[in-house]
Design a protein around this ligand. Sequence first.
Ligand code: SF4
Length: 314
Amino acid sequence: MRAWLTGQAFDSDTWRRRFDNFLPLAVREALPALAAELDGLARVRSEHAGHDGSRLLVDLADGQMVESVLLPRDGLCVSTQVGCAVGCRFCMTGKSGLIRQVASMEILAQVVLARRLRAVKKVVFMGMGEPAHNLDNVLEAINLLGTDGNIGHKNLVFSTVGDPRVFDALPRQSVKPALALSLHTTRAELREHLLPRAPKIAPEALVELGEKYARDTGYPIQYQWTLLKGINDGDDELDAIPRLLKGKFGVLNVIPFNSLEGDDYQRPETERIREIVRILHRRGVLTKIRNSAGQDVDGGCGQLRARAVGAEQV
Ligand code: SF4
């Protein structure tokens, strides 16, 4: 079985030999010479337009499915695993557990598919899966996109729940991506509950590691905070966040949970979301509201795939 189907990473010589067979200029421009090969790896099963971006449900060669999201300002969110082992309680992808790794070529195939629809100048590794659990393949894809793929290094964003291997590996890469860290709460015990199989690292220690990486690379950390009504939107968190993040080289991305009927968690009211941002700004924490693109039609990460799998099983 070929390496890209097994999820096995190529060593750098193999990778280089493969690319020597393609036209380097064309590869630099838009990876088109790979297109024919990549066509066999992935195809768009369906496209779901939302007011701020489109979700693509992508079929892989073995029948598995992943989601890619076309983000505003020429961004693309790609999936790095089918399913995910971390099991975050608010995430549909986490409910399926890990099904398999997405190979580096399959990650690139998601970029090529998106580039057929429109320009892609930024790639965020925040779709289905924990990139740190598929580190070799993700780093290989990042390396290629940051060199032959012509994407600025700070426009490649590696997202993690805080796996310590990331802080060893990323500084050693020639293409160093920007980093997004899933924080979600200032309380260690709540974080362990919400992210049950993430590394048990205290929020303070996570921010310390992030701060070092941000200072070394010159890219601010994106701290991710999925906002859950009655769970992590309280005044206690608003008091603790500035103690944790004030003065740090980063931005807090508040992502209001996209609740569907029957979900365990709910989205806070719009006025509360705005108030949280106002308060945090006043207290010296750069805070932005980020909605997950395309959520108006398809919900959050993994919901589209879950529906398609459910439909196939009927
Ligand atoms: Fe995995 Fe991310 Fe979902 Fe958590 S939020 S279960 S890390 S895909």
